[in-house]
Design a protein around this ligand. Structure first.
Ligand code: WTA
Length: 635
């Protein structure tokens, strides 16, 4: 029996039991056998969910890039590490071997050093899905700089907020990016953001779309000439197990985005272990995760998890609809992809199109299909299973979060029998609990509640950058001595988990987490707006879409509502990005409020979702009459 690679259901149960009974021994064995360390740990785990303070493999020293790159060089230097598939299918794909990856990462690391970046400095990466993105992430890790990747669909003001929050010293970007038939002026967005940033000393610019951009003397430099001049040998920095590896921002239900801090050793062990088991990766497989490296899925399951296992990982620059809706399947056929990992929103969008787009291609290489980011509905699950997997590739519905670093609840393919819409069973080392509203754990099966985790796991985030108090309040205060996920879940008669969705004010739109508060703040900036409230409502493709209730300062006839709607969405695009645009905007005279002045979102959600048969108790409202009014004007 191997702890590291689980191959059957019985083995899973044995390993799981062991991981709960002797968690430290369990993780220690995995850490011993499957990674290279410069120095071993003194202590596997110390934890306190009250403070909270969590440390894994304390005293150990390592560099994650030695585990993701160097150690594969002896035996596998010629194996492809990264396949780059460009936006335009006519442009040739690039195969980057482990040997070449090593050289490119080292050269990049030397460039960073020459620019004055040192261990512990924060580097913001704002790049499209081109090889430089993965390489710059690894180059930061090589020298101990903390990367903060910002998804290149965020607006300049969202970028500035993130740069300032963690006082980054450098931005790595490109002249622009391709997105289907469109190009996006990334450098222009960076320039705008930097008007509001004081900590950035230099900007490195990769050439991608060869657009005419302006370079600021003394601040901006083209990347390629620097790389060409750099040595391809760079000694890896020695990192302590708990040194920060990266910061990644995620939306909270209130205020500023949260800069989740992940540390080195635990994150490496956790992502490598889960990658191996959840995708059952074998030596010559080609693995493809369609996420963007700007999200946690890309960090853990395009870069770190696969490379720590010496895998071949595919990076796709484009979109599923370009040049047509067959693109995903064309890429699967072309590169003979064995494991394919995507989001329900993509599946739903593709399921709407003609089946010819799928049937045209040879998908026989596929062995495992994955889903992540939001609940996968029954129809989408079956469409994926029938048409992509041809009923022979198990679907792993993987539940996890930016905060958890790695997959927490998921079937192990060919071991755990799958069940549509169920993430099924916790992976080894993960101890879920369902809690009731009074803070008690709900035992037994066929129950539902709030999903918590009762014991630490190696890849969990350790803090929120610059705000440990918020980390404590958000995750460790709702339930005593437990990590609270913010999700609801039910446990069926055999103990399988089904995630039912967020129980806070985070809304998942097309797999992207959006907090309502920052969007409301943006809407309220419009000079005509007095107040607003945003809720989610069910949407065929996006899973959820956003519905805004807006009170105008003057309800006069002077302004056209259609124009206002456009202007409001324009402000949102500028403040956050196009992903946060409102699908529906209802102008209203009031919002239902409790006597203490809180907006009753429950009612607004029901109206937006056209589910008004039972609005629940409205008697505690300050202004119950407004509910009727809003229902009349509902869109
Ligand atoms: C949701 C993405 C149902 C959930 C890795 C979680 C899911 C949030 C699933 C985290 C799933 C993720 N089934 N819901 N398989 N996977 N979620 O931080 O609400 O972008 O809390 O991490 O996505 O989103 P995040």
């Amino acid at each position: 029996m191997s702890n590291y690679h689980i191959k059957g259901l019985e083995e899973y149960f044995n390993v799981y039991r062991k991981s709960v009974r002797y968690p430290e021994k369990f993780w220690e064995e995995i850490a011993e056998e499957h990674f290279v360390w410069r120095k071993k740990w003194n202590n596997v785990l110390s934890w306190d969910f009250e403070k909270p303070a969590i440390k894994w493999f304390e005293g150990a020293q390592l560099n994650i890039t030695e585990n993701c790159i160097d150690r594969h060089l002896l035996t596998n230097a010629n194996k492809t590490a990264i396949i780059f598939e460009p936006n335009d299918p006519k442009e040739a794909a690039e195969h980057i071997s482990y040997g070449e990856l090593s050289k490119r990462v080292n050269a990049f690391a030397n460039v960073l050093k020459a620019q004055g970046i040192q261990k512990g400095d924060r580097v913001c990466i704002y790049l499209p899905m081109i090889p430089e993105l993965a390489i710059s992430v690894l180059a930061c890790a090589r020298i101990g700089a903390v990367h903060s990747v910002v998804f290149a669909g965020f607006s300049s003001s969202a970028l500035a907020t993130r740069i300032n929050d963690s006082s980054c010293k450098m931005v790595i970007t490109s002249d622009g990016s391709y997105r289907g038939a469109k190009t996006i002026d990334l450098k222009g967005i960076v320039d705008e953001a930097l008007n509001d940033c004081t900590t950035i000393e230099s900007v490195l610019v990769a050439k991608r779309i060869h657009s005419d951009i302006s370079m600021q003397e003394g601040r901006d430099q083209w990347l390629q000439p620097l790389l060409d001049a750099a040595s391809t040998v760079c000694e890896a920095e020695t990192m302590d197990a708990e040194d920060p590896l990266f910061i990644l921002y995620t939306s909270g239900s209130t205020g500023m985005p949260k800069g989740m801090v992940h540390t080195t050793a635990g994150y490496m062990v956790g992502t490598a272990f889960t990658f191996k088991n959840v995708f059952q990766y074998r030596n010559d497989d080609v693995y493809w995760c369609t996420a963007d490296i700007g999200w946690i899925t890309g960090h853990s399951y395009i870069v770190y998890g696969p490379l720590a296992n010496g895998a071949t990982t595919l990076m796709f620059e484009g979109v599923p609809s370009y040049p047509d809706f067959g693109r995903f399947w064309e890429v699967v056929e072309k590169h003979k992809v064995n494991q394919f990992y995507t989001a329900p929103t993509a599946i739903r969008a593709l399921a709407k199109e003609n089946l010819d787009f799928v049937e045209k291609y040879d998908l026989s290489s596929l062995k495992v299909l994955g889903s992540v980011g939001e609940p996968i509905n029954e129809e989408a699950w079956h469409w994926y299973n029938d048409n992509v997997g041809k009923k022979k590739s198990p679907i792993v519905d993987t539940w996890w979060q930016t905060e958890t670093g790695g997959i927490m609840i998921s079937p192990i393919p060919f071991a755990t029998p799958t069940k549509p819409t169920y993430a099924t069973l916790p992976l080894p080392g993960i101890q879920p609990a369902l809690m009731d509203e009074n803070g008690n754990e709900i035992k037994g099966n066929q129950v539902d509640g709030r999903l918590c985790i009762k014991f630490p796991w190696p890849s969990m985030a350790r803090t929120i950058w610059g705000n440990h108090q918020r980390y404590k309040e958000t995750y460790f205060s709702a339930f005593e001595n437990k990590y609270f996920t913010g999700d609801g879940a039910l446990r069926d008669e055999v103990g399988y988990y089904r995630i039912t969705g967020r129980v806070d004010d985070v809304i998942i739109v097309s797999g992207h987490n959006l907090g309502t508060a920052p969007i409301e703040d943006a809407v309220n900036e419009h000079p005509a707006v007095a107040e607003s409230a945003i809720v989610g409502f069910p949407h065929d493709i996006k899973g959820n879409a956003l519905y805004g209730y807006v009170i105008l300062k003057e309800t006069g006839e002077g302004r056209k509502h259609e124009n206002l709607r456009k202007e409001i969405n324009q402000i949102i695009t500028e403040h956050i990005g196009p992903i946060a645009k409102l699908d529906k905007i209802q102008f209203t005279v009031g919002l239902p409020k409790t006597r203490s002045g809180k907006i009753m979102r429950r009612i607004l959600r029901k109206i937006a979702g056209k589910d008004t048969s039972n609005l629940g108790d409205t008697s505690t409202l300050l202004n119950p009459e407004v509910v009727e009014e809003i229902m009349k004007g509902a869109l």
